[in-house]
Design a protein. Structure first.
Length: 175
């Protein structure tokens, strides 16, 4: 491909050599701009847009590397997150976080274009997500969910040490 070819812009989209960061940038653009994308209703249709400067991949790349992006991070350890989930993709509203942090930064349940519920549990005057309770108690989140599904009360769920059988999948049901 020649430099003056209209399809050539920055060299990051060459066949079989697309970088992870470039895929993240393209995915962000598709969610916000492509009305045919399955995710458009959660982003572009809600008015979420990309700042003008980030339409240039080189500018986005420079911001990413200067704000904590790591190309060699394991899957789920370095994801693009909007601090204000109703805000735009722009330098002041974005950060690189792990998937756990990103999963806890969601819109509240009940909007007509959102079908993910952030589940929180209350116990002893504290409210936390399952992931947070898992971290606090040292009990795997799958075990906590299974116990809740089995009808355990909150004190028993959070204070009973895990047993080997807690970690086995029950036939016909996901934990």
């Amino acid at each position: 491909m020649k430099l003056n070819d209209k399809r050539y812009k920055h060299g990051y989209a060459k066949r079989n050599s697309v970088t992870r960061l470039y895929r993240i940038w393209i995915s962000m653009k598709v969610r916000c701009n492509n009305t045919h994308s399955k995710l458009y209703k959660y982003y572009g249709q809600r008015g979420i847009s990309i700042c003008e400067e980030w339409n240039d991949f080189a500018v986005f790349k420079e911001w990413a590397y200067s704000n904590g992006y790591k190309e060699d991070a394991k899957r789920g350890e370095c994801t693009l997150d909007r601090i204000d989930v109703n805000g735009n993709y722009e330098p002041s509203n974005c950060r690189w976080v792990d998937m756990k942090t990103q999963c806890q930064n969601r819109r509240k349940w009940g909007t007509d274009t959102h079908n993910h519920k952030l589940i929180t549990w209350d116990y002893n005057g504290e409210t936390h997500t399952i992931a947070e309770w898992s971290e606090i108690t040292g009990i795997d989140g799958k075990v906590l969910r299974s116990r809740k599904h089995d009808g355990w009360d909150m004190e028993r769920i959070l204070t009973t040490p895990p047993m080997d059988y807690d970690l086995t999948l029950k036939k016909g049901r996901c934990l």
